[in-house]
Design a protein around this ligand. Structure first.
Ligand code: CUA
Length: 354
């Protein structure tokens, strides 16, 4: 009695956790509400497989119940040994052929979808972005437009965009559950896939391959904008030049400090020094103040930014910035923060699409 009560309690506990976790999905971070081509293809395959599996499950359960009920030993039934049957060609054929048919039903669409998603023959006709994974952030080079940025990936709606996946260090995996499939970012080759989003908005992207202590913080955003907004954004980005910004005294001093302290040698703050194929050591900060998050998950508020400058290791263990610059005074931190918060090249921002 005690044992079964304990079992029942465990069951109750686990099922309530399951119920709780099933509510954890987010509308812009789920493969189950597809908003793009790759995610839509995946969803179709998930549905097909679920239908086939449910069919098999129901057939087995119904057969089991029928057998249990019909052949149950009733009170007063004599004890008999059932007739021993072995080897039925018909039955053997049935339970071999049916599973083969079911596998074919699932395999053919899967293989077709895989080949469609891997077809890059029209790549030269579309927008190409070199996406580079770093521990623990993402860098984007807009190859045709000739400029770079980091972390927030801007793409136009209903347009095919090719991403070439490159890594600067270890294996990562590029995944925007609502829009695309998932593809590994390998040290030994460049994987390419296209993404196409059907609805404007901000979608969450994840690194889906364990790549170090801050793997779970290697988040990024995909900002899907209208075609006109995309053009506007590209122009704003390309013409952004911090030397032409009207900065107040504090921010101006921050800009000078940013150069003096050597921050500028790892982080670009505008697009004026573009050189093809050159990825920086640290994230490009050109649109820092327009970002939806920095360091992958922090809101770009003054307080968070100052916390980060004080001790990045606390907020993102294993990042490459820790220990690369000397101690900054509170005054210096304030000035640098004021400068970075002015880096807003465009009115087209993640916030305007949320
Ligand atoms: Cu990069 Cu996990």
């Amino acid at each position: 009695m005690q044992a079964s009560l304990r079992k029942f309690r465990t069951f109750l506990f686990l099922s309530s956790i399951m119920l709780l976790l099933s509510a954890c999905g987010r509308e812009n971070l789920t493969a189950l509400e597809p908003k793009g081509y790759g995610a839509e293809q995946s969803m179709k395959l998930i549905l097909l497989t679920t239908i086939v599996m449910t069919f098999v499950f129901l057939v087995v359960i119904i057969a089991l119940v029928i057998v249990i009920v019909r052949f149950r030993k009733k009170k007063g039934d004599p004890v008999v040994t059932p007739v021993q049957v072995e080897g039925s060609k018909t039955l053997e054929a049935i339970w071999t052929i049916i599973p083969i048919i079911l596998v074919v039903i699932m395999a053919v669409p899967t293989v077709v979808a895989t080949f469609q998603l891997a077809n890059t023959s029209d790549q030269h006709k579309h927008i190409n972005i070199d996406v580079t994974g770093h521990q623990y952030w993402w860098h984007y080079e807009y190859v045709n437009e000739e400029f770079t940025t980091s972390q927030d990936l801007y793409i136009p709606v209903n347009t095919k965009v090719y991403v070439n996946l490159i890594t600067k260090d270890v294996l990562h995996s590029f995944w925007v559950p609502s829009i695309s499939g998932k593809l590994d970012v390998n040290p030994e080759n460049i994987n390419t896939m296209f993404i196409e989003a059907y609805e404007e908005g901000v979608y969450f992207g994840k690194c889906a391959e364990l790549c170090g202590p801050s793997h779970s913080l290697m988040d990024f955003k995909v900002v899907v904008v209208s075609e006109e907004e995309y053009e506007q954004w590209v122009n704003d980005m390309k013409s952004f030049n911090t030397d032409q910004l009207e900065l107040d005294t504090v921010a101006q001093e921050g800009k000078a400090l940013f150069e003096e302290k050597g921050c500028i040698s790892c982080h670009a703050t505008d697009t004026q020094n573009y050189s093809p194929g050159n990825t920086p050591i640290g994230p490009d900060l050109t649109q820092f103040a327009d970002r939806s998050r920095f360091a992958g998950y922090l809101e770009p508020t003054e307080e968070n930014l100052k916390d980060w400058l004080r001790d990045p290791e606390k907020l993102k263990p294993g990042n490459l910035m820790t220990g690369t610059y000397g101690e900054l005074s509170e005054d210096e931190i304030d000035k640098i923060a004021q400068f970075l918060l002015q880096l807003s090249p465009s009115k087209v921002t993640a916030e305007s699409k949320e």
